[in-house]
Design a protein around this ligand. Structure first.
Ligand code: A3P
Length: 313
């Protein structure tokens, strides 16, 4: 198991036996019973699939391209629901010397309190979402983003090195990833949990690779889903704002404040950025041919015979 500096070990929870730090148990009921609102907008995803990118796109479209408002840190505009369940924030704040007034020990409460319409980010699999969503009592808009598992796996590994100073190598991590023994568990259960809802009017599924290939067309799709109309000029402006280089330089989304604090406390490697490479297919340069073969077999096993198969190509 890979242990994070700020948590004490993983457990398996829920019907899908999702691998998650044991801090989750302190808040499991709060998440289960979280009061959802119909006008909420949720961005859900497996880790490292383009969540931050999607959040910024969704927030700006829903807020009529309020670029001024988007100067506020994304974490405040778009709280990360279960953050306090995946790491011991009190310890983290202590080490980072975060002022008392800024110490939110319960991110579920933080998400609950933001002004409506609320924007909520979560990496939880569908099976662990609040009951009100699962039983259809509330139908917030949900945008789910996914990314090919090979780039996801490599990006996940670099995330661990950067934010948690993991000491393992990429090939070992890839094995754990394929065995579902990583934070948030099974990549496939995660995707299928949301993919099964693709025909629900309140769910939109988008893909990182499509955003890379043709961002304006994904922007149009998301705008339609959110009931917004954008002019060609607005789409162009937003496309520029969401460009990798521009997001990399944007303090409100690039997480550099956080990463630099980790670096100052020797809790991160010297080099490395959250906005790392932002490309498709870079895994080929990092993974061994043998691991790529194993990943390909694992992908085949998981998609063959499902209607996700053609989506995957
Ligand atoms: P890489 O590590 O492959 O570079 P998440 O937000 O879910 O943690 O995903 C992070 C990944 O999305 C990182 O991938 C990051 O570089 C990439 N990313 C973030 N913003 C992006 C953008 N504007 N364009 C392309 N990729 C982006």
């Amino acid at each position: 198991q890979i242990l994070n500096e700020f948590c004490t070990g993983y457990i398996l929870v829920g019907e899908e036996r999702t691998c998650i730090p044991k801090y989750y148990l302190r808040f499991a009921d709060e998440i289960k019973n979280f009061e959802v609102k119909d006008d909420d907008i949720w961005v859900t995803s497996y880790m490292k699939t383009g969540t931050t990118w999607t959040q910024e796109m969704v927030w700006l479209i829903a807020n009529n391209l309020d670029f001024k408002g988007a100067e506020e840190n994304l974490n405040n505009r778009f709280p990360f629901l279960e953050f306090s369940t995946i790491c011991d924030l009190s310890r983290q704040y202590e080490i980072m010397k975060v002022p008392q007034s800024e110490r939110t020990l319960n991110t579920i409460e933080k998400a609950a309190k933001v002004k409506s319409p609320r924007f909520i980010k979560t990496h939880l699999p569908y099976s662990l979402l609040p009951d009100q969503i699962k039983n259809g009592i509330k139908t917030p808009k949900i945008v789910y983003v996914w990314r090919n598992p090979k780039d996801t796996c490599v990006s996940f590994y670099h995330h661990g090195i950067l934010l948690e100073k993991w000491k393992i190598d990429l090939e070992t991590f890839a094995k754990l990833f394929m065995a579902d023994k990583v934070l948030y568990g099974s990549y496939w259960k995660h995707i299928f949990g949301y993919w099964n809802l693709r025909d629900s009017p309140n769910v939109l599924i988008i893909r990182y690779e499509d955003m890379k290939a043709n961002l304006p067309s994904v922007i149009k799709k998301v705008a339609k889903f959110l009931g917004k109309e954008l002019t060609e000029e607005q789409i162009e402006l937003l496309t520029k704002h969401l460009n990798f280089q521009s997001m990399r330089e944007n303090k409100a989304v690039n997480k550099e404040g956080y990463v630099n604090q980790l670096k100052e406390n020797n809790l991160s490697i010297k080099d490395g950025r959250f906005m790392r490479s932002g490309t498709v297919g870079k895994y080929k340069e990092e993974l061994s041919a043998e691991t790529i073969k194993k990943l390909d077999e694992w992908i085949k096993q998981n998609v063959s015979g499902t209607d996700f198969e053609k989506e995957y190509d």
